[in-house]
Design a protein around this ligand. Structure first.
Ligand code: OGA
Ligand code: MN
Length: 219
């Protein structure tokens, strides 16, 4: 037999390093996807979701025309969340070894898009001081069909669409937060996902926090 060492199977992180994007079908198994999807639907029934906002800091606002999803942050309070957060931690460590991005922590929220909702083309970390470096999106709906819309559309630097990804349960998409424009096309069906962002440590740059210092901070 030939040694596989000389013919390595392409690793998903190769795609991330080359093109800034990797698609990992069946990244989690169906039972974990089901458990996470049930959590977000239970949260909806219990009025435990809130409308997502756009912008940061003082500029945060509701913007129906831009994004129509309802969200809830993961807090690790259930076994399913802990399992998924552990998988994200694996990714954080692998990506740090392979791409040396210096990812320090992760934040993640459930997102539920009602029929008719989408999220217009955007980049996840636009402002220079945003610590998000790597975005991850996990899909939770079984049996998604193209006719149901709701695909993740990826654009190149000239805003030409280059790829559409079906939001099928278990698929994980990774992309660089600062440089990959993307959109959620209007969905015709309730669309459940988890969006996560790996962040660098904000104090890496000793000058980064200076502009935010208040006089009291110096006492
Ligand atoms: C986001 C986002 C993509 C998706 O929440 O910022 O772009 O496919 N989500 O849900
Ligand atoms: Mn996004």
């Amino acid at each position: 037999m030939e040694s596989s060492a000389y013919h390595p199977v392409p690793h998903p992180l190769d795609a991330l390093a080359r093109s800034g994007l990797a698609v990992l079908p069946r990244y989690i198994d169906a039972s974990l996807a089901d458990a996470l999807r049930e959590e977000i639907h239970a949260a909806r029934v219990a009025a435990g979701l809130r409308r997502a906002r756009v912008g940061r800091g003082k500029g945060r606002r509701l913007a129906d025309a831009i994004r129509g999803d309802w969200i809830r942050w993961l807090d690790g309070s259930t076994e399913a969340q802990r399992q998924f957060l552990a998988r994200l931690e694996e990714i954080r460590q692998e990506v740090n070894l392979a791409l040396m991005l210096g990812l320090f922590e992760v934040e993640a929220h459930f997102a539920l898009y009602p029929p008719g909702a989408g999220y217009q083309r955007h980049v996840d970390a636009f402002q220079h001081d945003n610590p998000r470096r790597l975005s991850a999106v996990l899909y939770l709906n079984r049996h998604w069909r193209r006719a149901q819309g709701g695909e993740l559309a990826i654009y190149d630097k000239d805003d030409r669409e280059v790829l559409r990804i079906l939001p099928e349960a278990g698929t994980l998409v990774l992309f660089l937060s600062q440089s990959v424009p993307h959109a959620v096309l209007p969905t015709r069906r309730w669309r459940a996902s988890i969006a996560a962002w790996f962040r660098v440590r904000q104090t890496d740059n000793p000058l980064a926090g200076l502009a935010r210092l208040q006089p009291d901070d110096l006492l």
